[in-house]
Design a protein around this ligand. Structure first.
Ligand code: SAH
Length: 224
């Protein structure tokens, strides 16, 4: 039922309202981010029984006890990378694949890394169905980055770690930006932006407080 034309039109209306109210309405004015958010069908990244909630202002559960981020957070983190269009982006934490699709609307090339095979497989399939052939979904420990595709103009981590993994800084292009939640595993994290100013010089800023699922891996939290 949720794929019939009447529902499609309803999703389209809700998506535009979501961008107007939750994204533009809260001060995000980057035109590329707004137009990407207007295009990507968030409902397609959810299980059928969750689709009616696709444009609500909150994260939603996916499988493997993970979440699809709140639309505002996806827009905020994407804008925080200050991409200038084109270029390549690395995302750590594919989850549903939704944020990867938003990034693929802006960057020429996106590599997205997910530790859970089932999520990586599912995201790869949906991104392919939607025609995002500029996204590569990799199953690996993203705390080590993905050196094969480096350097990246932007790196975004959609899970919270105890510190900034060295490998991610190393894989940034000069002038590129890394956006990552850093801090306590159970409570809130600080959203940090690191700009690679030169080969060996990095500038770090704290942007806001956020709450993410844990980044689990060699340069992240231990699994438990
Ligand atoms: N960007 C996602 C949100 C995903 S939630 C979306 O749009 O739906 C964060 C994801 O990070 C989870 O799927 C989790 O399994 C994954 N993750 C956690 N630690 C990771 C690691 N070390 N490497 C890759 N993925 C990781």
């Amino acid at each position: 039922m949720t794929s019939d034309p009447e529902w499609q039109a309803r999703y389209e209306d809700r998506r535009q309202a979501m961008v107007d109210l939750q994204i533009a309405g809260r001060g995000i004015d980057n035109p590329q981010v707004l137009s990407a958010m207007r295009c990507v069908p968030r409902e397609r990244f959810l299980a059928p029984e969750m689709r009616a909630q696709a444009y609500e202002d909150r994260p939603l559960p996916i499988s493997e006890k993970q979440t699809i981020s709140q639309p505002y957070i996806v827009a905020y983190m994407t804008a925080a990378m200050q991409l200038t269009g084109g270029g390549s982006v690395l995302e750590i934490g594919t989850g549903s694949g939704y944020a990867a699709a938003v990034l693929a609307e802006i960057a020429n090339r996106v590599v997205t890394v997910e530790r859970h095979k089932s999520l990586a497989d599912r995201a790869r399939k949906i991104l392919h169905e939607l025609g995002y052939d500029n996204v590569e979904v990799v199953q690996a420990d993203g705390t080590l980055g993905w050196p094969e595709g480096a350097p990246y103009d932007g790196i975004v981590v959609t899970a919270g770690g105890p510190s900034v993994p060295r490998a991610l800084k190393d894989q940034l292009a000069v002038g590129g930006r890394l956006v990552i939640p850093v801090g306590d595993r159970e409570t809130e994290q600080a959203l940090v932006r690191i700009t690679r100013v030169s080969e060996d010089e990095f500038h770090e800023e704290q942007l806001s407080r956020v709450r993410f699922v844990p980044l689990v891996g060699e340069a992240g939290w231990q699994r438990r």
